[in-house]
Structure formats: C-alpha cells, structure tokens
Design a protein around this ligand. Sequence first.
Ligand code: ZN
Length: 350
Amino acid sequence: MAAFKHRLIGAGFKAFSLTGLHRMMAPLTRGQGAILTFHRVQPWQERGFAPNRLLEITPDHLDAVLGHVKAQGYRIVPLDEIVPHLAARTRDPVVALTFDDGFRDNVVHALPVLERHAAPFTVFVTSGFADRTARLWWVELEAIVRRLPRLRFTLDGVPRTLPAETPADKDRSFAKLAGLMARRRPGEVDDLMAYLTDGIHPSPSAVVDDLCLSWDEIERLASHPLAAIGCHTATHANLALLDLDALDRELGDARQALEERLGRPVRHLAYPFGGPHAAGAREFAAAAAHGFAAAVTTRPGVLFPGHAARAMALPRISINGLWQDLGALDVLLSGAAFALWNPGRRLSPD
Ligand SMILES: [Zn+2]
C-alpha cells in the first residue's frame, strides 16, 4: 500500500513535469514561498530494506536543492523572518530550511553545504534525544524488520504476528507498525518495542547516541552564525494523545532545557509527526501559550499572507529522499499540487 501510494505520487509529479501545468498555475498557487523540511543528510549507503529512506537525502541533493531554489529567485531566509515576511505581504518569494530531530549528520554532512550557500537554517532538537532518554523507534523498527522473518508482539492484550519474509511483506509490516506506533502513547510504544526487540537489538539509547547530536555538539552548532535551534519537544511523543499536563511538559521542559543549555531564546517549535493526527487546535493553542513565535507542522503546502495569522500551524514541504530530483521540487514549490489536492483551501491567497 505504501509502495503503491509512492508510485502514485511519483506518477503525479511526472504528469505535472510533462505537461508543465504547474508552471502555468504557479503565479496563482506559489504564494510567498515555502518552509522546507529535512531530516537526515548523508552520502548514499546501500542497506537493503530502508523504509526510512524517505527521511534522508544526500549532501549532493541538498546542494542541488539550494542551488535550484536560489536560481528560481527564492531568497533563503532564517525561519524567524517567515512570519514578518508573510504579514508584510512581500512579493519576492522566500524559503526557510528546517532540519527535524537533531541528527549528527546535519553537522557532519549538511553544514558544509549550507555554509557554501551561506544559507541560514533551523535544527529542531528533541531534548530527550540529546539526553539519550527518548528513542528513535522508527530507526530501531527498520533494523528489526530488516532482520526478522516475522514480527511477534502483543497489542491490547492480543498476541499478533506480522510476516516479514519478503521485501513486500517487510514494506507492509513496517508501514503497519510505524502507523500504529505514531498513534500510541510513549509507554505503549515502549511496550510494543519491547516485544519486537526482545533480546536482538542495541539499547534505544545506543541508537540515539550513534545518530543524534549531543548537548556539546548542539551548543557548538547554536553558536554558528547560520544556525538556529528550535524545539522538537522533550520525548518526540504524539502530542495529540497526551493529557494537558503532559503536553505542557513536552513543550515547557524541552524549551527550558534548550534555553538553559544554550543561553539564548528558543523561538520556534516543530510538532513531532506534525500531521493532523498529532497536532491540532489544542496543540496550536498550547504552542501559542508557551510563547513560541512560530510553529511548523508537516501539513504540506506553500505559504500565503493568511498564514501570518496562523503562525502556530505553518505548513512545510518535505524534501523526500525517495524523489531526489528537482522536477518534483518544482512541482511542490509551485503550490499547484496542493491547490489541486485541496481545491479551494490553498488556491486562495490566504
Ligand atoms: Zn521528528
């Protein structure tokens, strides 16, 4: 199903590229620019089954993306400038760059490219990843599904088994489990992972230690003139599933930890998972109550002046590792696909 969906979307990109329809629509649908989402940046490594590949691009593709947006007339600005830019209804299009989760490869592989382009960027850090107490369960899950021929676990008291023999089995079972876990509370995710990892995997903290920036590294990054550090909550939980106190702690504790450690204000928030199932009106209100200047979702879209009044729910365009080509990026930046997929909602300039 997931593979089918990706093929379908890929076909959509191709249809736009072949017809040039998006270029005709762009003056109406492009808006004032976009916020781009990245996760991991690292050179290509063959690792067989790799469903998280959509969350990673190569440094060469990052270089190509930045060169391309500049060549298309976009100015790359700090995230902090986006809302004032929207409110001013300025016509020159801008792009802001955001990197979620706080992966070490952002410094090792992305930073040299960003420096070459003098491109400002924001890294959204989950404080629990820096503490080594939260888990990258989707990274662990990929390794488990790659390795095992079947997946046994108990859910809501019922023992279950998912097949993971063939590549198609693995795709389906990973998609099913990842979808399930993104909709479960942290304790339930831990329970599920305990069944799946039973004695076969390094500790969750070893995975995070291997892949995520430490506090010292985050401090060094924060002092870089192109970098800003944003908040990506304390544990990377699905906020919509938490009670109000826990929601408050996810935002407040993480922000406080970052500000104390970095000695500077943390003005922006990225909601974990970021879709409608994980961030809605209650979470937007909480972000505003915590005083964030802006907060970003993973709802896809380009930016219009009306978004200035919805600064706690800004859309983003994810640079997807499955389509590392500039044609797909052009279709997304044109806003045409969002206008057609959500007729009426995003075509209007606000
Ligand atoms: Zn994240």
